[in-house]
Design a protein around this ligand. Structure first.
Ligand code: ADP
Ligand code: MG
Length: 289
């Protein structure tokens, strides 16, 4: 926990002591459905934590003067997009390990959910990454709930399942990964004639995911593929799957690309605070460095 974070917690406790009132709404009873006391909103905003990459350059991309955290704040949404092999799945694996770490090591001591639409979830990689952090790999693996989803229909249905798991396991999960958001849809909806139907499904799926991130105060990360546009000869000749529906969704949009050897470049394309910054990271056997 950072010093600023600690001082904000102290400040809230101080205020509560000073005025002798915690919250007039009795705990456990929701008198005004859909409303939350101003104190709770304040608490959620300030005490809300973050998941660190434990890589300074990467963490910096997500930092802001307003937030006292190191890493990606909970309650937010992230889109990682890039070409094949750009490191999207590797970053997701690393965060599934890091979310479980104690706060002093950059985690939030919570579980992860991994919705795997491409069959690329790798327990072997999780074991390697856990070992390099001196953590018990079986414990780390046990705390990642993986669902292999092979159709867009199942992808929508799994949201009901996710919500019921989250309701029953209040506060146990800190991270949901959808890797990738678009693979099933791209396989099933081909051509312009079905484009709007495809966008509709995607939009509905993303809207529900964003609510889940906020309602359960957890981080939601989606991955998205890009392909080269052969008809474009200038500018950024890449096509971004899902178009504007996806582009407007995320709190943070990150573009990944390959560099020399195992190095990758990640660029913050859109964020609440600092756009257009870049960072370089490396994929090693022990994880992201
Ligand atoms: P995508 O963006 O398609 O999801 P990935 O995240 O799967 O890409 O990245 C795959 C790349 O990760 C591989 O091409 C390789 O360079 C690197 N990688 C995977 N496993 C290891 C490992 N054990 N050691 C070093 N690099 C690895
Ligand atoms: Mg992948």
């Amino acid at each position: 926990m950072s010093e600023t974070q600690q001082s904000q917690i102290d400040e809230i406790h101080e205020l509560e002591l000073q005025y002798g009132v915690k919250d007039k709404i009795p705990e456990g009873i929701n008198l005004f459905q859909g409303f939350s006391s101003g104190l709770n909103v304040f608490k959620n905003k300030t005490l809300n934590s973050a998941i660190s990459f434990n890589v300074e350059e990467l963490d910096k991309l997500f930092m802001s003067p307003e937030l006292p955290f190191v890493g990606i704040p909970l309650g937010r949404t992230v889109e990682l997009f890039g070409g094949f092999g750009s490191g999207k799945t590797q970053l997701c694996h690393q965060l599934c390990v890091n979310v479980q770490l104690p706060v002093s090591e950059g985690g939030v001591e919570k579980m992860a959910m991994y919705i795997d639409t491409e069959g690329t979830f790798s327990p072997t990689r999780i074991i390697q990454m856990s070992k390099s952090k001196n953590k018990d790999p079986t414990y780390i693996l046990k705390n990642i709930s993986v669902a292999r989803v092979k159709s867009s229909d199942d992808q929508l249905k799994i949201l009901d399942k996710i919500e019921s798991i989250l309701r029953d396991n209040n506060d146990k999960f800190g991270l949901i990964i959808i890797d990738s958001i678009i693979a099933n849809l791209n396989a099933e909806y081909i051509g312009r004639a079905v484009l709007s139907e495809k966008q509709q499904i995607l939009s509905n799926f993303l809207w529900r995911l964003k609510n889940i991130a906020e309602d359960y105060n957890l981080l939601v990360i989606i991955t998205n593929q890009i392909r080269t546009n052969p008809n474009q000869y200038y500018g950024d000749a890449t096509l971004h799957s899902g178009g504007n529906v996806v582009a407007h969704w995320a709190s943070y949009r990150c573009y990944l690309r390959r560099s020399k050897q195992n190095k990758r470049v990640i660029r913050m394309v859109k964020s609440i605070y600092n756009d257009d910054n870049e960072a370089v990271f490396e994929i090693t056997e022990g994880g992201i460095i």
